[in-house]
Design a protein around this ligand. Structure first.
Ligand SMILES: *Cc1c(COP(=O)(O)O)cnc(C)c1O
Length: 364
């Protein structure tokens, strides 16, 4: 008897999430020690110096369970975001809170909607609970909200929207989000995944929190993995109505976020200057790298996040391999149906200069 046959059928057809190639792996393969990873939208400037200070104290107490209610982190977040503490759910990365939402609202026969080219975690968590994914075709690489609306049926339970979207870096403005929200039936959960919220400068860019009081079906998710530079520690959160938060709290594992992660997240919120600097440096990298692409006639998808997806046509895999051989890890996104594109995370000035040189050498 095959044990696999015992698994839920929806799990058997799941493909595991493919992360970016780890730096250590490439360094082992090439026998080098200075590989540059621009593949997972991590913060190239690291994290606030406050974090290592706070962690040095916290490291002495790893024998106690963490605060299951994350009181202090929620307290700071609730002040900063002007929401109640009982509207916040802390997760082991924001992927964790996305997963909680799928487990709360979706079961066999239910449907969830997301956009073509949207974040790969959505199909994963939808299929894991045996629900049906409905994928709306993209418009100019971004979300086509009308196409998403037209997929709503009586079985629809959740709609996932990444704003900005990964891996395209496209974004939706206030007017688009507002006219969408007022057309969605109020029993359907709308998840506004704002993992790159802090990077966006556009005046028209909506803050999902502004919709919480009018639309009790909205859930906003954010993370410490990107601009706060804490990807290794896994901390993210959801902000929602008190009743949705109450449900999340029932499904959530009691100690889902560890004490070092909570401590680091708190410390990082004390350093606004770090976030501002990263935002500015990222902006500069986006502008310079876009100019580089224009100059060398490389098509790219206009992005407001901390990465740019570039079209290398038939040479995409070749470019990926050549960049690897020069010590640069970028991200192939064929699994997002973008096989002619490589997603490149914005790095430091030095990293970007090196990458541009490596791209030019590989184009020849
Ligand atoms: C990176 C990312 C996340 C967050 O990941 P965590 O590390 O689990 O917080 C969520 N959504 C999108 C669209 C992302 O790109």
């Amino acid at each position: 008897m095959n044990v696999q046959e015992q698994a839920n059928s929806s799990i058997l057809s799941l493909q595991p999430y493919q992360p970016g190639k780890p730096v250590e792996e490439l360094e082992r393969e090439l026998g080098i020690s200075n590989a540059v990873k621009l593949a997972s939208n991590e913060n190239p400037w690291g994290c606030s110096p406050n974090v290592s200070k706070a962690l040095k104290t916290a490291i002495d107490d790893v024998s106690s369970y963490p605060d299951a209610n994350a009181f202090y982190l929620k307290q700071i977040l609730s002040q900063n975001l002007k929401v109640n503490q009982n509207q916040i759910t802390i997760g082991n990365g924001s992927n964790d809170v996305l997963d909680l939402l799928a487990r709360i609202f979706l079961t066999s026969g239910d449907e969830a909607i997301y956009s073509q080219y949207a974040f790969l975690v959505y199909p994963l968590i939808i299929q894991a609970v045996d629900a049906q994914a409905k994928v709306a075709p993209a418009k100019d690489f971004g979300h086509d909200l009308d196409a998403m609306l037209s997929l709503i049926t009586e079985k629809t339970k959740i709609i996932f929207i990444a704003n900005p979207n990964n891996p395209t870096g496209t974004w939706l403005n206030k007017q688009e989000i507002e006219s969408f929200l007022c057309k969605v039936p109020s029993h359907i959960i709308v998840v506004l995944d704002e993992a790159y919220f802090e990077y966006v400068d556009e005046v028209d860019y909506p803050n999902g929190l502004d919709y919480l009081s009018k639309y009790t079906n909205v859930v906003v998710t954010r993370t410490f993995s990107k601009i706060y530079g804490l990807a290794a520690l896994r901390v993210g959160y959801a902000i929602a109505s008190e009743s949705i938060t109450d449900l999340m709290n029932r499904v959530r594992q009691p100690f889902n976020v560890n004490n070092l992660a909570l401590t680091a997240a708190q410390a990082s919120l004390d350093d606004e200057q770090f976030v501002t600097q990263c935002k500015q440096s990222n902006k500069q990298a986006l502008v310079e790298f876009s100019n580089f692409c224009n100059q060398h006639e490389l098509f790219y998808i206009e992005s407001v996040a901390n990465f740019i997806s570039v079209n290398f046509g038939d040479n995409t895999n070749d470019m990926y391999q050549k960049l690897l051989s020069k010590g640069y890890i970028v991200r192939p996104i064929a699994n997002y149906q973008l096989k002619d594109y490589l997603r490149i995370t914005m790095g430091t000035e030095t990293q970007m200069k090196g990458l541009q040189k490596a791209i030019l050498e590989s184009l020849r």
